[in-house]
Design a protein around this ligand. Structure first.
Ligand SMILES: Cc1ncc(COP(=O)(O)O)c(C=O)c1O
Length: 434
């Protein structure tokens, strides 16, 4: 329940705040006042385990002391000098060079996911050989809300079609196979069709993809999917442009999901996992692309907040802790524990149609029944709000709930979150059935 102090604030801000909040914010009706580690506190003093880690951003938990110290120290020194060098930038570049695969040794800094996606699209456009004037992308992918990112996935709004100059291929959604097939007897037909596009359309410059689709509901590819597609891209001179805005930074149990899936990308976009919730993004790539005279024209990687010293300080502190404390490995180990707990929920509740995940990133699909697999957004919403009332925050989107706790969460908290989720599903199912 939303307490009275929160209700008063929400009523007050509603007079001026434009509506259009995220589904989870609209459903939750909370005013969060403080965060520490895996815990959030609302304005009425209620506590929540945050299994959404902010916006799947706070890998180290809320207000991690080392990130707070780094940001506070930087805030006292210097905030913005456009994209000029500041002392911390060289340190962060060296750190990234240690954490990322060797061939991704050149970096540019931005502030949000959509901004870095647009920057990657500009690099593709600038370096594409003559005649390669289209980009490949996957259906139901999400790359941000700027026009380029929307057009990439033909994201229609209202009556307006945003079909861009991109060719769409099938994502590996085995629970809802777009081809009506079943893995493994399908022999990865979805991947074969993407390969066909790549091999037969000589005008495709790059494939822009999420290695594990996030907003689509944590679509974990079956073995072999990316192998086939990556091989076709290589053979046909199509760049592999990995959108790891959500997956990058250790969340999947590897620093890049691409490493886990055996993909060697040419460009990678990272953001949510970089600076523990502070706006920051990194474009990482092969030197021959990011340093090419076509892409690296004057000002091409500059913007008002690109390379800003506060973001650099937050990213440097965050990534240093991840490296020092072996948190990527911890995300993998905790992910297995969470997976076991979620498998038990899947076995118990028929209305939980599918549970899938990798590392500390899970997607739960709620359905009206297992046979028809009809999405049940009302149930997902009821689970989300009931969980909040019980003291657990999750990420809601349509009929899917995503879980992405901080890597620093302890096992007791992880267990407690799973227990609260079980209770929330139990109560929500009773509620929607009644
Ligand atoms: C894979 C992916 N790319 C891009 C974005 C856009 O990031 P932002 O909201 O910071 O613009 C998101 C955001 O959720 C994302 O998940």
């Amino acid at each position: 329940m939303t307490g009275h102090r929160q209700r008063a604030r929400l009523n007050r801000e509603a007079r001026h705040l434009a509506p259009g909040a995220s589904e989870e914010t609209a459903a939750g009706q909370r005013v969060f006042a403080e965060g520490a580690g895996a815990l959030l506190t609302d304005l009425d003093g209620n506590e929540y385990l945050d299994f959404a880690a902010g916006t799947l951003t706070q890998s180290l938990g809320h207000c991690h002391p080392e990130v707070v110290d780094a940001l506070t120290a930087q805030a006292r020194r210097l905030w913005n000098v456009h994209d000029a060098a500041t002392p911390g930038r060289a340190d962060l570049l060296d750190l990234l060079a240690r954490l990322l695969p060797g061939h991704l040794g050149t970096y540019a800094f931005f502030s949000t996911g959509a901004e870095v996606v647009e920057a990657a699209l500009r690099v593709v456009q600038a370096t594409a050989p003559a005649g390669r004037n289209r980009i490949g992308a996957l259906r139901h992918g999400f790359h941000g809300k700027t026009m380029g990112a929307r057009m990439l996935v033909h994201w229609d709004i209202g009556h307006q079609a945003f079909a861009g100059n991109s060719v769409l291929g099938y994502a590996p959604n085995c629970y809802r196979c777009p081809l009506g097939l079943t893995y493994p007897s399908c022999e990865l037909r979805c991947a074969s069709l993407v390969r066909k596009h790549i091999a037969e359309k000589p005008n495709v410059a790059a494939l822009v993809f999420e290695p594990v689709q996030g907003a689509a509901g944590v679509v974990v590819p079956p073995p072999g999917y990316w192998e086939r597609i990556a091989e076709a891209c290589r053979a046909n001179g199509v760049l592999l442009v990995a959108d790891e805005v959500l997956t990058g930074g250790g969340r999947t149990g590897a620093f890049l999901a691409c490493e886990l899936l055996g993909i060697e990308p040419d460009l990678v976009m990272l953001s949510k996992g970089m600076a523990n919730g502070f706006p920051f993004a990194v474009l990482a790539g092969r030197a021959e692309l990011l340093r090419s005279p076509e892409a690296a024209t004057a000002g091409s990687y500059a913007s008002t907040y690109a390379s800003n010293p506060l973001g650099i300080a937050a990213a440097d502190a965050t990534l240093r802790v991840i490296e020092r404390d072996g948190l990527t490995e911890r995300a993998a180990a905790l992910g297995e524990l969470l997976g076991e707990r979620l498998a038990a929920l899947h076995a118990r509740f028929d209305r939980l149609g599918d549970v899938r995940g990798v590392g500390l990133l899970y997607g739960l699909e709620f359905v009206t029944d297992r046979e028809s697999r009809t999405p049940d957004p009302d149930l997902a919403r009821a689970v989300h709000t009931t969980a909040l009332d019980l003291g657990l925050r999750t990420a809601l989107g349509g009929h899917i709930i995503r879980l992405a706790p901080p890597f620093t969460i302890d096992e007791a908290q992880l267990d407690e979150g799973a227990r609260l989720l079980e209770l929330a599903i139990e109560r929500a199912v009773e509620q929607v059935v009644a």
